[in-house]
Design a protein around this ligand. Structure first.
Ligand SMILES: *Cc1c(COP(=O)(O)O)cnc(C)c1O
Length: 369
């Protein structure tokens, strides 16, 4: 059997593993931060109608620049943004890949503060950009001073911030983003995939766009909109950044069907985003229930919760690190699929609907006590 190693693959890809959240057929799937609520019927009908209207024209290429969609996305974001400042692609993963293609690449570096989204280093690897794994504080926070110190030490071409941060859940203090913008010699991307779930009073980095042409704020319809299967991500930035990604994007990268479906979904946003408050309520229920049982939990501005698995201290004075792999399996054995993000002693659970939360908390009562 031929394996990757038998192929003349790029040396820098040898030995790498692909992004791999398990897609298991389990009753309660709380491992990829999807929105558990199906698309509401009215939105299904609106999307179906929009798709139907495109079908006879599939002999033609789509609008290469997706101007109508970008106009709608700018209107959704507000902050006075226009289509010239917004770019869209097949998921925010593709948006970020395009940013790396334009601003990273061989001989260049990208820096992120872990633990954070595992796709950032993978996208860097795929584009031949050297990844610098900077660190958050041990409590998963990030202070302006710690961020600036690591940026000044490495002087990366691109800094990735994630707010609210996946997998820890907490949003960044705007002072951190300010300080990073002042210190970074290159581009700064703030991944706001979970912005719609942030607790009240959490400002978006969109407010910092005026006067910061090296700032990029990426968003997605995969989470709050419940549109993960539709594959639509986007960013807001200076129009020059939009010009830059057009140098690297594939022509016609967004199909007419994707553009039409996303526009219809945006028009139905009141119905689609109606689930956000329900999901936040389940998130807060997970946080408070686990805390009431003595489980360590990170504050969450997202649709998921990071919690510690109890462990026994190996030696006096050492913090007890639980076996998250065994606990992950114990949840799975009870029909609840959550996420082991590779953070020793911690697991991440998506906030789903009330029944899913109950299933998780019931299993947690047995496993974590
Ligand atoms: C889920 C997630 C995304 C979404 O990626 P899409 O390609 O838009 O589905 C982006 N960033 C972070 C941090 C995420 O957790």
């Amino acid at each position: 059997m031929t394996t990757i190693d038998d192929l003349p693959i790029r040396d820098d890809l040898r030995g790498q593993t692909p992004y791999g959240a398990p897609q298991l057929d389990v009753a309660v799937r709380l491992n990829t931060n999807e929105n558990s609520y199906p698309v509401p019927e009215a939105a299904v009908e609106a999307i179906a109608k929009a798709l139907q209207a495109e079908l006879a024209d599939l002999n033609r290429y789509p609008d290469r620049d997706a101007v109508a969609l970008r106009t709608d996305l700018a209107a959704y974001l507000g902050h006075g943004l226009t289509a010239a400042q917004v770019w869209a692609a097949n998921g925010s993963n593709e948006v970020q890949q395009q940013i790396l293609q334009a601003f990273g690449g061989p001989g260049r570096t990208a820096l992120g503060f872990g633990p954070s989204y595992s796709m950032h280093p993978l996208l860097a690897a795929g584009t031949g950009t050297r990844w610098i794994g900077a660190l958050r504080d041990p409590d998963f926070g990030l202070t302006p001073a710690a961020a600036v110190e690591q940026i000044e030490r490495h002087r990366p071409d691109l800094v990735f911030l994630c707010s609210p941060n996946n997998p820890t859940g907490t949003a960044l203090d705007p002072e951190v983003i300010d300080a990073v913008l002042a210190a970074a010699p290159g581009m700064v991307l703030v991944d706001e995939a979970y912005a719609e779930f942030a607790r009240p009073g959490t400002p978006s980095a969109l407010t910092l766009l005026p006067g910061h042409p090296r700032l990029i704020v990426s968003r997605t319809m995969s989470k709050a909109f419940g549109f993960a299967g539709g594959r639509l991500g986007y960013f807001a930035a200076d129009p020059a950044v939009v010009d830059a990604v057009q140098l690297v994007r594939l022509p016609y990268h967004l199909s007419s069907l994707t553009q039409a479906a996303a526009r219809a979904a945006l028009a139905e946003r009141d119905a689609l985003l109606a689930t956000v408050d329900a999901i936040k309520a389940q998130r807060d229920r997970i946080v408070s229930t686990l805390r009431s049982r003595g489980v360590r939990v990170a504050d969450s501005d997202a649709n998921f919760v990071l919690f510690a698995v109890p462990g026994t201290a190996s030696s006096a004075g050492e913090p007890a690190v639980g076996d998250q792999r065994a606990a992950w399996q114990a949840f799975l054995d009870r029909g609840v699929l959550i996420r082991d993000v590779g953070l020793p002693g911690w697991l991440r659970v998506t906030a789903g609907d009330p029944a899913e939360t109950t299933a998780f908390l019931t299993a947690a009562e047995e496993i974590l006590s």
